[in-house]
Design a protein around this ligand. Structure first.
Ligand SMILES: O=P(O)(O)OC[C@H]1O[C@](O)(COP(=O)(O)O)[C@@H](O)[C@@H]1O
Ligand SMILES: [Mg+2]
Ligand SMILES: [Mg+2]
Length: 353
């Protein structure tokens, strides 16, 4: 059992060969892990540390910022401030990018993060998390710009998250599989407990916020109807439903026992194409899924193939066990085909008249 070997996160990164090739990358991952330990401590203190509630601040997305959203953002800023590993940061809680300087030197990476994911769970002592993504910074010798962050999901060199549940976990990919570490509160170290996590290709569990049903597009209606029909429907088996309302926690469950998560495009807020953010939610989850043998799509496209056009861009997100994601994709394709064929058919009809 690897927990007995007590392979810590720092040791693991050295063993992965990252310390020789990219010491700043190891440094930045450890900075993030440090921020997550700080956040875990705050969360464990709960209202004793005054973390519940709101200060009345609104973020760039028009959402009310919880006190813990801001404290978590601060933890990321402090952990990366003077280490020189990153040249700039972007966060859900900051409208603009945040440039870092360590004297005159600029770190060779950019860090993007959602400091606190699942904010609506804070006040009920529910599970929350942090999500992060690291991309190389190619603009050495000049100030980092927003444009430097507008990358493709394929540019990510590291993606991961921390989960603040009954135990705090740190889940990471450096492009060689997905590995889970558990925080040993006595040691204060993340210890490798879940090496080589793989998403089960087949599942009978799904996660979707069903209160949005009337806003869904036809392929999502069709898919959920199939699942709800259970053993008597076309899928021939009964499905169970889960919704933790924290992307990180739903993703973690899927990594451990399979499942599918859907926050699809809907018509609830027509100006936005989805609820979740591409750079600090969609892209890192997509890299984790890809590395663990799962899939992550918008419905029609692989999320890893998307290139961001805005820092806080939103995206539909559907990820998890291959068989289910494939089915959702097929339903989108069928729907697109029907939409193309219908006017053609009508035109032929017109020609015939
Ligand atoms: O309010 P809903 O529809 O349940 O949405 C929950 C989803 O929104 C999120 O909480 C968005 O993340 P933030 O808390 O970082 O804004 C996801 O983690 C979660 O899956
Ligand atoms: Mg989030
Ligand atoms: Mg958040």
């Amino acid at each position: 059992m690897l927990a007995i070997d007590r392979t810590t996160l720092a040791q693991f990164l050295v063993e992965e060969g990252l310390s020789g090739e990219a010491p700043a990358l190891v440094g930045l991952i450890l900075d993030v892990a440090q921020a997550c330990k700080t956040i875990a401590k705050l969360i464990a203190m709960g209202q004793l540390a005054g973390i519940h509630g709101y200060n009345g601040d609104i973020n760039v997305q028009g959402e009310t910022q919880a006190r813990l959203d801001l404290l978590s953002n601060e933890a990321f800023l402090r952990a990366t401030e003077r280490t020189g590993h990153a040249s700039a940061l972007a966060s859900e809680e900051m409208e603009e990018i945040h440039r870092l300087t360590n004297g005159r030197a600029r770190g060779p990476f950019l860090l993007v993060f959602d400091p606190l994911d699942g904010s609506s769970n804070i006040d009920t002592n529910g599970t929350v998390g942090s999500i992060f993504s690291i991309v190389p910074y190619s603009g050495q010798g000049r100030e980092p710009e927003t444009l430097d962050f507008l990358c493709s999901g394929r540019d990510q060199v590291v993606a991961g998250y921390a989960l603040y549940g009954p135990a705090t976990m740190f889940v990471l990919t450096v492009g060689k599989g997905v590995h889970g570490f558990t925080l040993d509160p006595l040691l204060g170290d993340f210890v490798l407990t879940h090496p080589h996590l793989r998403v089960a290709p087949v599942t009978a569990e799904f996660a979707i916020n069903a209160s949005n049903r009337r806003f869904w597009e036809p392929p999502i209606h069709a898919y959920v109807n199939e699942l709800l029909a259970g053993a008597t429907g076309p899928r021939g088996k009964d499905y169970n439903m889960r919704w933790i309302a924290a992307l990180v926690a739903d993703c973690h469950r899927i990594l451990l026992r399979g499942g599918i998560y859907l926050y699809p495009r809907d018509t609830k807020t027509p100006v936005r194409p989805g609820r979740l953010r591409l750079l600090y939610e969609g892209a890192p989850i997509a890299m984790i899924m890809d590395q663990a043998g799962g899939r992550c799509i918008t419905g029609t496209e692989n999320v890893l193939d998307l290139t961001a056009t805005e820092l806080h861009q939103r995206v539909p997100l559907i990820f998890g066990s291959r068989e289910e994601v494939d089915r959702v994709e097929a339903l989108h394709q069928e729907h697109t085909l029907k939409a193309i064929e219908t006017p053609l058919f009508q035109r032929r009809g017109l020609f015939r008249d």
